[in-house]
Ligand binder design. Structure first.
Ligand SMILES: NC(=O)c1ccc[n+]([C@@H]2O[C@H](COP(=O)([O-])OP(=O)(O)OC[C@H]3O[C@@H](n4cnc5c(N)ncnc54)[C@H](OP(=O)(O)O)[C@@H]3O)[C@@H](O)[C@H]2O)c1
Length: 224
């Protein structure tokens, strides 16, 4: 029976590349995101299940996991990847106004936390694996950057979830990519060297394909 993986933020970028590679490697994939059409197209291509879901909304995240288990009868891996960034400054009017900050914080921090909370009971049953997309910005200083602070929160989430689940067989991996060539990068960084989404997907599948006694705690990937 194929293993089942939920990918949030699956419509494009890192999520779509990971869903593709996971399907190639034999997973049944469940694709989550807010926009139905691209999810449905990818689900058709990968013979997966598209579930429109805003990860910042707890009932929708709970329903995503329930739907997955109802459809496939199991849940083995969750890739909590949905996220977005807006430019910010704490000193000046540059970047997005503060009214736009909560959406990013809710998606990047609560979204990852809700995804973990909804999935963990099933993942614990399956000796499963939670993989979170943090960022290189979640381990370094980025002046004025609230996005970076949300990714520091994801770093903390991964460590605290792993600590809570120590000894259960559940594995928790944190992925910290540098700049990746996706729709998610700010225009001012467009000319910098970048990873491809497929580079990140390989790292996710590397973590997930280790034997059950091996936990890959963190993977930092940067463009050479
Ligand atoms: N690109 C980089 O340089 C880079 C570097 C390090 C880390 N990351 C992280 O990598 C992850 C994936 O980003 P990406 O670069 O692949 O960007 P992307 O191409 O913009 O993909 C992000 C995906 O997340 C979905 N999403 C956004 N908010 C959501 C929400 N509230 N609920 C559900 N889905 C949501 C988006 O689809 P909808 O809008 O349709 O929901 C989109 O498919 C993010 O966590 C990002 O912070 C990116």
């Amino acid at each position: 029976m194929s293993k089942v993986m939920i990918v949030t933020g699956a419509a494009g970028g890192i999520g779509a590349a990971t869903a593709r590679l996971a399907a190639e490697q034999g997973f049944r994939v469940v694709l989550a995101g807010r926009t139905a059409a691209p999810l449905a197209a990818l689900a058709a291509e990968l013979d997966g299940l598209a579930v429109p879901c805003d990860v910042a909304d707890w009932p929708q995240v709970r329903a995503l996991v329930a739907r997955t288990v109802a459809e496939f009868g199991r849940l083995d891996v969750v890739f909590a990847n949905a996220g977005h960034s807006v430019s910010t400054s704490f000193r000046t009017e540059d970047g997005a106004p503060p009214e736009q900050w909560p959406g990013m914080v809710l998606t990047n921090v609560c979204g990852a936390a809700f995804t973990a909370r909804a999935a963990l009971p099933e993942l614990l049953r399956a000796n499963g694996h939670l993989v979170l997309t943090g960022s290189a910005a979640g381990r370094g200083i980025r002046p004025g950057n609230l996005y970076s602070a949300t990714k520091w929160a994801v770093t903390g989430l991964a460590q605290n979830i792993r600590a809570e689940c120590a000894g259960t067989g559940l594995r928790v991996s944190l992925l910290q990519p540098g700049l990746v060539d996706t729709g998610g990068i700010p225009p001012e960084r467009a000319a910098e060297p970048k990873l491809t989404p497929a580079d990140v997907a390989r790292a996710v599948l590397y973590a997930v394909s280790q034997p059950p006694h091996v936990n890959v705690d963190e993977i930092i990937l940067r463009p050479a």
